[in-house]
Ligand binder design. Structure first.
Ligand code: F6P
Length: 380
């Protein structure tokens, strides 16, 4: 019987981190298992910094269901298998994973829950290969983790983007402008596509479809011909023109296995081009971290709770080296190896995430078909 488990939240924050933590802790408590949280993701595991998590009155993990962020922090730069350290004034990268394995053994944790996206789950798989009992939970607003139909945090991001589009609609309509909204989505256009449908956009540009700006111009002109002197455009940060490249705001030296580019700027580029080519004024809004912060939607609270409870259930059954997933609409689990091994899209990604799978929008997906049916221009 397991007695003591630990959770870590890793990667960019999303709404729903705390809801997953709460569900793990509650399910653990209901089964007489003690729960701890490592502070700031894999960094906490490396430094052996953790704290007790309990839902008893006024305790740390109480009242956190609607709270954004993560009560145990998170880290976007912690690949302990290739960790950035300064030695004699020089930056060097070291595999410090054995220190983490020792910490887990020393502290007596029977299982480690890893809440995160593909990079996080790749490290989780590697820890599993080193004999650690690991169970992953799929997080990311981008919704691009392989083997699951949905990640927690995604629905909230789409809702925030849809609300932004509603607001851009009224100002665009009033001033007869093209309103561009740049949303997140490095390699996958799920947020852009779904929020475009939810927010009634006219054009959606996603990483999976290299766009021809002239197609967007045609769409705007056809609207002008019908007397509609405004248009709404959603652009995923990872969208790129046909034959062109993605727009990088800056690069950072995070260590292999952690994405080293910060994307951004494509919305402004598209807005300028559309203004020039249509003669309508255009404005860009970059939604940025609004998509990740704040309270989760009811959908994300439920999904996160399902994921957290399932993860603890799997631990009680001693099923390790797995990721909780939604498959055919049902709560399930798959091997971490299936999630991060066997890369299928190496050529399609940038940065240094090439060893991970990325779940992209496919052209036969309902969202693509729906968008096309109602006349949303996808830039092709
Ligand atoms: O992976 C999720 C994500 O929100 C991406 O869409 C975005 O490119 C990235 O995180 C930004 O992360 P940060 O600036 O926090 O490193």
């Amino acid at each position: 019987m397991i007695k003591k488990v630990a959770i870590l939240a890793n990667g960019g924050d999303v709404s729903g981190f705390n809801a997953v933590i709460r569900a793990i802790v509650k399910t653990a408590e209901n089964n007489g298992v003690e729960c701890y949280g490592f502070i700031d993701g894999y960094n906490g595991l490396l430094k052996n910094e953790f704290e007790k998590l309990s839902t008893a009155n006024d305790e740390h993990a109480s009242g956190i269901l609607p709270k954004g962020g993560s009560i145990i922090g998170s880290s976007t730069n912690a690949n302990v298998f290739n960790y950035k350290v300064i030695e004699n004034g020089e930056v060097v990268y070291k595999d410090l994973s054995d220190v983490c394995v020792e910490n887990i053994k020393k502290d007596g944790f029977d299982c480690l829950f890893t809440l995160g996206g593909d990079g996080t789950q790749k490290s989780a798989r590697d820890f599993s290969l080193k004999g650690v009992n690991v169970i992953g939970v799929p997080k990311t607003i981008d919704n691009d983790v392989a083997c699951t139909e949905i990640t927690f945090g995604y629905n909230t991001a789409v809702s925030v983007a849809a609300e932004a589009l509603d607001r851009l609609h009224t100002t665009g309509e009033t001033h007869h402008r093209i309103m561009v909204l740049e949303v997140m989505g490095r390699y996958a256009g799920w947020i852009a596509l779904e929020s475009a449908i939810a927010g009634g956009a006219d054009i959606a540009l996603i990483p999976e479809i290299p766009y021809d700006i002239n197609k967007a111009v045609e769409k705007i002109n056809s609207r002008i011909a019908k007397g509609k002197r405004f248009s709404i455009v959603v652009v995923a940060e990872g969208a790129a023109p046909k034959g062109g490249t993605i727009t990088i705001e800056n690069t950072r030296n995070n260590g292999a296995g952690v994405d080293n580019t910060k994307l951004g700027g494509i919305g402004q580029i598209v807005a300028k081009q559309l203004e020039h080519l249509t003669g309508l004024e255009a404005r860009n809004t970059t939604l940025g971290y609004m998509q990740r912060g704040g309270t989760p939607t009811a959908f994300d609270r439920v999904l996160s709770t399902k994921y957290g409870a399932k993860a603890m259930e799997l631990a009680l059954e001693e099923k390790y080296g797995v990721l909780t997933v939604i498959k055919n609409g049902k709560l399930d689990y798959v091997s971490l190896e299936d999630v991060v091994g066997n890369n299928k899209t190496i050529g399609a990604v940038s940065g240094n995430t090439a060893e991970s799978n990325i779940r992209k929008v496919t052209m036969d997906h309902d969202l693509v078909k729906t968008a096309r049916n109602i006349g949303i221009c996808l830039g092709d």
